[in-house]
Design a protein around this ligand. Sequence first.
Ligand SMILES: [Zn+2]
Ligand SMILES: [Zn+2]
Length: 440
Amino acid sequence: MQVRSSTNVPEPVTSRTPLGRADLLASSVIRETRRAGFSLDSVTAVGSIRRFAPDIGDVSLLGIAAAARHGQILKAFARLPVVSEVKAAGSRDITIRTGRGDVTLHLAVPEQAGAALLWHTGSRAHVDLLRLRAQRAGLRFDDGILSRAGEAAVVDCAREEDVYAALDLPFIAPELRSGDDEIDAAERGTLPILLSEEHIRGDLHMHSNWSDGRNSIADMVSAGKQLGYDYLAITDHSERAWSSRKLALTDIQKQRDEIDMLRSRVRGIEILHGVEVDIMADGSLDFDDRVLEGFDIVLASLHDPADQDHLRLTERYLRAIRHPLVNVITHPANRSPAVSPGYNVDFDRLFEAAAQTGTAMEVDGAPGHLDMDGRVARRAVAAGVTVVVDSDCHRVESLSRQMRFGVGTARRGWLGPDHVLNTRSVTDVHAFVARKRARR
Ligand SMILES: [Zn+2]
Ligand SMILES: [Zn+2]
């Protein structure tokens, strides 16, 4: 049989830092600068962290402060408790080594904050295209500063919007700055309306201590309520899942009783009793239909090592997608950023089947997945697939952080609120499940 296009081959993964770890390092250094009382107007993570890239080359921060304070800030940065060594230092930058990796701090003045933010956020390809555009407009965009060509005077760009406006472009969101077709789209006025965290009304994928989650269902529900969600689904692992702890068949009713008890006690948020059922080697599901019917929503996934060939994996997924009780395929590539590229599956065939059967595909915000990857998600919605964006959270502390990663990853795929099931009401979620079940 003919092998499909090379776009089905996952991108190679290099020895880079996964987004989750890079983001933690950046946030902890930012916290230290605050604790040390740095006289910075602001400090933010830039580079690929700000673009929600799944894996990160360099962890870098941008600090904004008046030029007169730069020398003092750089000195104080070198003395932070976390620093084991200063690797490089200039008049506007410093790179330190910490026990968890290197971090570079760039500095810029407030009048150039937007130009510097854009410059240090990248991607290099996006910035290079803007530089060319600047040249054509008689401007120079260099080293985080926009100026008139041939003149020393700089153009004030306190906000990124000011740089884009000077180049006759609308603002382009960081997640879109890949250097592919976003500038063309900006020029044509066809940039998408992007999904944002405020659009998310519920989270349809999380684990409790009934399987490998750390917290009780009550804890997860109260954390979801604090985030302002209208609903959430508890989706523990099925009996034979590739996970450390699973939900036994004999425990399902007990879990349902606990959820019923919470439903009567907790107001203002609807709890869906879901499951993340493993797809077996032959494409069948770990729980039988009679059991699956009892759940409000069924997520299906593969967790095992990618040791099956392209065709068998694809067929295995297709059987699950066509199953009338499967509503969402979670983390379809089962990849691990900076560690494993995940499965080599025929996404185009999966998307075609998902769109036909009314099955959603997931953008999973767990830093160990970030899957579907933005580009793959973009292909999914182009094929008419409904997407869910979930935290796949295993502890209350990461509920909002992992949803933020999920939304960032979805934005990299140009996804808008209309593409995403969990921007809709819980009634719409129930209807989505009911529609597929009615086709039996
Ligand atoms: Zn999973
Ligand atoms: Zn999960």
